[in-house]
Ligand binder design. Structure first.
Ligand code: TRP
Length: 456
């Protein structure tokens, strides 16, 4: 076995720090903004069921594979993939998996920052009391005004990107770790309180039925593809974010156990978000299919009516902002480490370059909401296109290559010793999942989408 490597970029101060940071990466706009609206567009319960199945059969095994590869390689995803491939006697071309991931992270960050900008805008509006007593109609038009104004969107997008650049440029311990420690638990508590509020709206039963009683007739190819894409997006998988975080993990931490914790937390937060939002959607006769604006058009109504809503609402958007922040930093980190390793750049400069480039690309997403709303590529505006392309195409391809690599190209000894497992049931189950179940599931979903089985 090769000597254990150390990362030139540092290490987490503890196992808990890793769990918090990786959970911070996973829990973000994907859970609270994206999950409810994609679930609403994809028919509720049918989507939720397929989503949970994807998390278990693809998400968890791939997350274990990603952490394992990262910790063994201890470099940027590109260099890690190359080093491990060569070490295991395979082609260095595997480094392109890291490259694909970097590209995906870059595209995701570009629009993620725009949506995080909406969160900033709503934080300020809620605090200022603008949303007090707002009606469903009012909430809708406030949202429409925001997305219709490119200058405002650009200002918020810029502020968020600068925030992200600042944290990432400070590096692993001082930057990434500190951001997560208190904010994740706080978000969790507030979300539980909001589910409590939603329970009293009178439509909680309706929401429960909507989310958890699947209409199997609604499970179409697109629903399955959306659920798989959402699983990758929400768990931060398929692009090297969890891989680079794994590269800062110490050797004595159990990879499987940490992965189970991260996946459970992420799933729980998404379900709580659904339970907080859908009762309000039904109560105020909004459309579950309202799309990307769903949470921004529903939650403000509740904040506008509940006692102390200014405080609760402001706290909610502040915490959502932090959740988005701790996710955004993980989208930048793989590219930054690569620039530092291969181009001798210092961290600050590398972060600034990549952040500014993603900021520039984000402008396309902003314009697609207003001035260029009639510009369509493959039938979609830029924001939708980037979202679809990254989540539903690039991440699953990256995830497929990552689990294939861990399962078929790395030796049993390498993976087993890195996981620190005996050759028993647990290890065999994981290996079976990454060898057969996850890659085959990903390929089947794609083939179905392309219409090979007569799917839509
Ligand atoms: N998972 C994050 C969220 O739910 C977003 C995110 C962070 C991400 N890093 C990622 C998505 C890497 C895909 C890949 O908001």
């Amino acid at each position: 076995m090769p000597a254990r490597r150390t990362s030139i970029h540092g290490e987490w101060s503890s196992k808990l720090a890793f769990i918090l940071a990786a959970t911070g990466s996973a829990v973000g706009l994907g859970n609270i903004w994206r999950f409810p609206y994609v679930a609403g567009e994809s028919g509720g319960g049918a989507f939720v069921l397929v989503y949970l199945a994807c998390v278990l059969t693809i998400g968890l095994p791939v997350m274990i594979a990603e952490i394992l590869i990262g910790r063994r390689g201890r470099q940027s995803p590109i260099n890690t993939m190359r080093t491990l491939a060569v070490e295991e006697g395979h082609s260095p071309a595997w480094q392109h998996v890291g490259l694909l991931g970097m590209a995906a992270g870059f595209i995701i960050l570009s629009f993620y920052s725009v949506i995080a900008g909406w969160t900033l805008a709503y934080m300020v509006r809620t605090a200022a009391g603008v949303l007090q007593g707002v009606t469903a109609e009012g909430a809708r038009s406030i949202f429409a005004d925001l997305v219709g104004d490119p200058e405002k969107l650009l200002a918020w997008h810029t502020i968020f990107m600068v925030m992200t650049i600042i944290v990432v440029s400070r590096g692993v311990q001082s930057g990434l770790e500190q951001a997560t420690k208190f904010l994740m638990p706080a978000l969790f508590v507030l979300l539980v309180a909001m589910v409590g509020y939603a329970m009293n709206t009178g439509q909680f039963q309706h929401a429960l039925r909507y989310l958890f009683m699947p209409d199997f007739g609604k499970i179409t190819t697109d629903v399955v593809l959306n659920a798989m894409g959402q699983a990758f997006f929400s768990l931060s998988l398929g692009m090297g974010a969890i891989m680079i975080y794994g590269s800062y993990l110490s050797h004595n931490a159990s990879i499987v156990r940490t992965a189970v914790v991260i996946v459970s937390m992420d799933t729980l937060v998404a379900l709580l978000a659904g339970l907080a939002i859908f009762p309000l959607v039904f109560q105020y006769q909004l459309e579950p299919t309202a799309g990307a604006g769903l949470i921004f058009q529903t939650l403000p109504i509740a904040f506008g009516q509940m006692p102390g809503g200014i405080w609760v609402g402001t706290a909610f958007f502040v915490l959502l902002l932090f959740a988005a922040w701790t996710s955004a930093i993980s989208l930048l980190e793989p590219a930054v480490t690569w620039l530092v390793e291969n181009h001798g750049m210092n961290r600050v400069k590398a972060t600034a370059y990549t952040g500014i480039a993603a900021w520039g690309l984000g402008i396309l997403s902003i314009l697609s909401l207003n001035a260029w709303s009639d510009v369509k590529v493959f039938g979609k505006g830029f924001l939708d296109l980037f979202d679809y392309l990254s989540s539903n195409v690039m991440l699953p391809i990256g995830g497929f290559l990552i689990c294939t690599f861990a399962a078929w190209l790395m030796s049993r000894e390498s993976t087993r010793s890195e996981l620190g497992l005996p050759d028993g049931f647990g290890y065999r189950l994981w290996r079976f999942l990454v060898q057969f179940v996850s890659p085959v599931a990903i390929v089947l979903v794609f083939l179905n989408k392309i219409g090979l089985f007569g799917g839509s």
